[in-house]
Write a protein that binds this ligand. Sequence first.
Ligand code: F6R
Length: 608
Amino acid sequence: MCGIIAAATDRSVGKLLIKGLYKMEYRGYDSAGIAMHVEGDVAHLRTLGKVNLLEDKMKSEKPKGKVGIAHTRWATHGEPSEINAHPHQSNDRVFIVHNGIIENYLDLKNELTTQGYTFYSKTDSELIAHLLDHFLKTNDSLLKAMQSLKNKLEGAYAIAALDQKDPDNLVLARNRSPLVIGLGKKENFAASDPLALAELTKKFLIMEDGDVARISSNQVEIYDEQDKLTNREELSIDVNAEASSKGNFRHYMEKEIFEQPGAILNTLDGRIGGEDVLDNIFGEGSSDLLAKVKRVQIVACGTALHAGRVAANWFSAISGLPTQMDYASEYRYKNPYIDEDTLLIAISQSGETADTLAALRYAKEKDYLATLGICNTPTSSLAREADYLLLTNAGQEIGVASTKCFTTQLVALMLLTLALAKASGKNPRLRGRIIEALRTLPEKISDALKLKSDIVDFAPEIANKDNALFLGRGIFYPIAKEGALKLKEISYIHAEAYPAGELKHGPLALIDEEMPVVAIAPEYELAEKLASNLEEVKARGGALYVFGNAKEKLDLSTGRYISMPECDFLLTPILYSIPLQILSYEVALLRGTDIDQPRNLAKSVTVE
Ligand code: F6R
């Protein structure tokens, strides 16, 4: 999704802005641009395509300035093009970059057109530049114009703006779209993603909804929703600069797959002790709260919802709690069942997914017992707004396809399962067994990573197909869904997942020699039933790729069998995710796709 970086410095700002844009590339984008003050004028450069093209343009035009704004755009209104790229401008005076969506843009656009403003782009963002220009006619500063503007805008926005007549200052505004201010020595910055400022500062102020701010190289002023000068708490955030390098890996996704043993250790660190989960790991008083939970409602999107689907099995089997799960984008519109004994859990890696946040905010207005967030981004809206929180501590995930954030979400949800069971005194011996298994999980994950060479062997057989089917039963069905999602999003092969027992109710019609079928088949109560389902595939010529640990139970004269490391059954969904991630990665590599930034996708989906 879109990324903003802005800076007011005492040094040349161009390279700094370009570097920040590179750091936000992982979010997904289609065009980029910069506007900066240059000796009484504003240099305005935009390109369709990657940041390196913008950098080339900067190198050939060589604008020199100290104050500027820059943006990567992920198209929502209007196709990817240079004219739709940000910054947008009005009368060569006001230049803006914007993340989010202005919901009343058609009304505002009509008003502005009547007043004589011409729109060059198809975006909703351009009207922000024109409206600021309009308000500058009756206000003596861009700050005041921005304060007037916010009363007109409906929707989500993070905005950075500059006025050609005021070369020292930048003005910012935030509503429901992240924006942080970074504090430096004789320089100050703003960004929609702290990672963009990773090498510039560790000191941050997080803007709140309704805030407008003015920054120069030596001053930061923030005004709250009521336009009163305010202070926001200074946070020290060590945005790991290493996260922005791939090391020896070919892609961030590959690096993040191999980081999983360490990431899981970090999720567990300080949360377990002896034979149990520690008290209050979800925040002050959380253990007392968990004792009151009678039902669970999960909201999340995509991969995060798959983690929730696995957890629903654990909540029921280990904590004795029924769970309702919903796509965050659907939940608010279905008249959800709500009562005061239900805990609402929002799961999100970024903590900025618009649908998940909207669901959380909706839930906070209702009579739930409490809301609890599982999140990887400490500065995110979700992390700040949920009543209780567990950070997954996986480290920054850059690849658009989630890997380490998924498995650490699963670990966090297992900790929640144990905490819920502990709060109501359930299953103490089982809890002890799982804690022991969690301690050895990072090693098991390292073993599963060693399967890479086996997977590389047969990846070409899948890479030349157009479709793939993933099968799993029970707790492995969500893992099959996650495997299919991973494959389709980075290799663009059409992939679907089914609980294997459903095959003969329709999907079996699709099976022939052209259909690879990936099955998750560990030794468990459903293994034999799954084996019969695989026979149905074999009988119709489907090519089987089976991940399991009981080969002798399957008659696999044809097809591939990948022997998985042994692991406590309740944690196997986490372990079996690993080879499926590697499989998608290797297949995508063979197909030559843009693995870290697959087409049409974004890392942080900040629009509904
Ligand atoms: C797929 C993937 C997405 C995200 C989804 C939610 O690999 O990463 O499906 O899981 O967009 O994102 P978060 O977790 O940031 O709310």
